[in-house]
Design a protein around this ligand. Structure first.
Ligand SMILES: Nc1ncnc2c1ncn2[C@@H]1O[C@H](COP(=O)(O)OP(=O)(O)O)[C@@H](O)[C@H]1O
Ligand SMILES: [Mg+2]
Length: 489
């Protein structure tokens, strides 16, 4: 069955989640819907599945306009949505979950036995041998998804909408699910696949539609896009090419000599010049984070010398390090970087409070202005700077952490795993930001386990192994060279 979005618009307070979206989803195709966090993908899926009513436009089935006032009506018309987890009562059985809603409407009075049989038959259609008398709460997320798919198919769904279905699955479970989706589409089911994961989109989609900020950006056959062009459609701007290191950097800003900390690392010496991004590479446990922490002053046992812009730093005091112009963007943003219960405004301004207050009074207007300036530049997607940080996506949280530290005018940025767990669009923005910081004359020391990230951003890399500095590599170093230095082979 062909399902179409025809001029769909949907608003939430303060945000146009969908504006004038028109797309045809064709029978038997796997149609990926992609875009950054907040692009409107889930909202589109929910409007198509009858969970939200659009303010403008309509849904059409085989070109006939339909209006759903509930998901049940959409299901009856053949459209089912597969959520990340079951929404039903968890202590009910699989069979109850699958069929309770249908009884007595569709089946009249049925015995438990008949219910179990029907449930088992539906589950078989998706190749699953889940016991229908089991409690749903005891199933893994991947099995809960299978139950939902079985429910959709059992009810005769012609259109299935999957919303980020693999986000809490293991790799094996994800592969199995993609296989099932392929089979369903080969059998004629129209499959809508919401995802921002490029590998999956390229593995499964026949066509792809990109949304950005609630607007339609394009719909293309998968053969006509590349990962690069797709990311560009998603983020809407030219990706910055990797910076051309010409070796012409400014004065040394961060100078570390013979830095050691018992049991963590020993005898580290490095220099980062103004405008330079130096990578700290190494395997987990090599001491990269520990070196950053010592430079930042949170390691009281560290010995050796650290100087910033020629002035030597008293080790072991983060206050002094901050005052000297050192900023640390920590790896574990939930633990160190942010106070999740506080607003963006608060989090963003914490590090600059001294600058923003006069005679002890906080200048609220200046605070808001500074924070807003940075969140705007970073394209943090949140209704306002009064939003609580814990409610933001990982990528947006990370951008708030960066905003917080960029607001300090620090001369030295120590950045630890800046893009772990963030989506591809946020990653591009964070990379742009790090390059901008360097281009503005800051000295950046970057820890990352992401090899392409290190190679794209760093002018030079220092490799640590078991707390010892073992190599220094130029930006032309190959992945193999870096890996072999890291592993010592
Ligand atoms: N129930 C809701 N109430 C208010 N705002 C919402 C709601 N659902 C989504 N939004 C907002 O609508 C926009 C699109 O969200 P969504 O469709 O979930 O995006 P995506 O799935 O692409 O990440 C976002 O700005 C989001 O904050
Ligand atoms: Mg979503």
């Amino acid at each position: 069955m062909k399902v179409s979005a025809v001029g769909l618009s949907k608003r939430f307070p303060g945000v146009q989640a969908l504006s004038d979206i028109s797309v045809d989803f064709l029978p038997g195709e796997v149609h990926a819907i992609c875009g950054e966090n907040g692009a409107g993908k889930s909202t589109l899926g929910k409007v198509l599945a009858g969970l939200y009513a659009p303010e403008q436009g309509h849904v059409a089935l085989d070109d006939k306009p339909v209006r759903f006032s509930s998901p049940r009506e959409a299901q009856a018309a053949g459209i089912s949505i597969v959520h990340q987890e079951l929404l039903f009562a968890e202590n009910l059985t699989v069979a109850d979950n699958l069929l309770l809603g249908e009884i007595p409407n569709q089946f009249g009075w049925v015995s438990d036995r008949q219910m179990l049989d029907t449930a088992r038959r539906w589950l078989e259609k998706v190749g699953s041998d889940i016991d229908p008398s089991m409690e749903v709460a005891k199933l893994s997320v991947s099995k809960q998804q299978l139950v939902q798919i079985a429910g959709g198919i059992g009810r005769g769904a012609k259109v299935l909408i999957f919303d980020e279905p693999t986000s809490s699955l293991t790799a094996t479970e994800a592969t199995a699910l993609l296989g099932l989706i392929r089979e369903l589409s080969a059998a004629g089911t129209t499959c809508l696949y919401v995802s921002h994961r490029l590998d999956e989109i390229f593995a499964i989609a026949d066509r792809v539609t990109v949304l950005r900020d609630g607007a339609w950006v394009g719909t293309k056959p998968i053969a006509e896009v590349t990962p690069g062009s797709l990311v560009q459609m998603m983020v809407g701007r030219e990706l910055l090419a990797s910076s051309e290191g010409d070796g012409a950097f400014g004065e040394p800003v961060l100078e570390v000599r013979g830095l050691s900390s018992v049991g963590r690392f020993r005898d580290i010496s490095l220099t980062v010049r103004a405008g330079e991004i130096v990578g700290l590479a190494g395997l987990v446990g090599a001491g990269r984070t520990e070196v950053c922490e010592a430079i930042f002053g949170v390691d009281r046992r560290a010995t050796g010398s650290v100087s910033v812009a020629g002035k030597s730093l008293v080790l072991g005091s983060p206050q002094r390090s901050i005052a000297a112009g050192v900023a640390l963007v920590p790896e574990d943003r939930k633990r160190h970087g942010l106070v999740l219960g506080m607003t963006i405004r608060h989090n963003g301004s914490m590090a600059v409070l001294p600058r923003l207050s006069t005679l002890g009074w906080l200048n609220r207007a200046a605070e808001s202005r500074t924070v807003r300036e940075f969140t705007d530049r970073l394209r943090v997607k949140a209704p306002s700077i009064e939003s609580v940080v814990g409610g933001l996506s990982g990528g947006n949280q990370q951008k708030v952490v960066l905003a917080k530290w960029l607001a300090t005018d620090a001369a030295v940025l120590l950045i630890d795993e800046p893009t772990r767990g963030v989506d591809v669009g946020a990653k591009v923005e964070i990379h742009g930001l790090i390059r901008e910081a360097a281009a503005s004359g800051k000295a950046v020391l970057l820890v990352s386990s992401d090899m392409p990230e290190l190679r794209a951003l760093c002018d030079r890399m220092i490799v640590l192994r078991e707390g010892v500095q073992v190599a220094e590599l130029g930006r032309a170093a190959s992945e193999t060279e870096i890996l072999s230095a890291m592993a010592g082979v």
